[in-house]
Write a protein that binds this ligand. Sequence first.
Ligand code: NAI
Length: 258
Amino acid sequence: MSRTYLITGAASGIGRATATRLAAQGHTVIGADLVDADVVADLATPEGRAHLVARTGELSGGRLDAVIASAGLAGFEPRAVSVNYFGAVATLEGLRPLLAAGTDPRAVVVGSAASVHPHDTAITDAALAGDEDTALAAARAAADRGEGYAIYGSTKAAVARWIRRTAATADWAGAGIPLNAIAPGTVVTPMTAPMLAGPELRKVVDETVPMPLHGHARPEQIAPLLDWLTSPENELVTGQVVFIDGGADAVLRGDRTW
Ligand code: NAI
């Protein structure tokens, strides 16, 4: 049966591959992004987040069957806090009422294997407290200390923790809406192209995200997991951060967690 999806970050990489896959199956996909999208919205800003919710409501007729929050930024930019955490949470919270009106509603956010890297708790704590100004200030302070590399993983750790604390609540599990994250390893997309272009940075990427199974992924290899997690077949998986990382998490965290 045809379903209606909202996908952020739909103009590129993982979001685009997933939108293409779902549209090919006959589903209706509303894409959101900075450019080239049905909903043009900057998720780093409160205005952009509000526009996403309002315009998606109009385009969907007030009901969605699934939300996939894929928009994100890498690099050492403090702005990643606003897009990767606050933008993603605003997407999920803002569109939840439309999901509640849908059929077999599901939601997934694209986290990252980098969520298990050492991170800056000043950023994650402020993010989880819903304090964007303090989280941004902590990210700027990290960048000023020469620790800008910790910003991205911190945003993704905060997303993972938000999923863990939110999925089982009345608004989500209680309303019959599975809520999960996925944690990809290194995927070859415009986001990672600059990091994979030269041997030195590529070596750093491969040391921090080792992928013994098949190496770097293509976005088309990530899309099937997002497809399944947001399908009616997923009745019981919720509150999970599903690693799709060629074994990176098993290498990095070993048997201390599962
Ligand atoms: P990408 O750069 O190809 O796509 C990201 C999309 O997000 C772009 O179309 C971009 O315009 C959009 N976006 C960025 N800032 C935005 C904003 N302020 N408002 C609205 N849209 C915005 O990157 P990719 O690789 O497809 O990344 C998708 C998600 O996957 C991100 O959340 C990323 O952190 C995550 N991820 C990517 C990995 C990789 O190796 N490529 C690994 C693990 C996670």
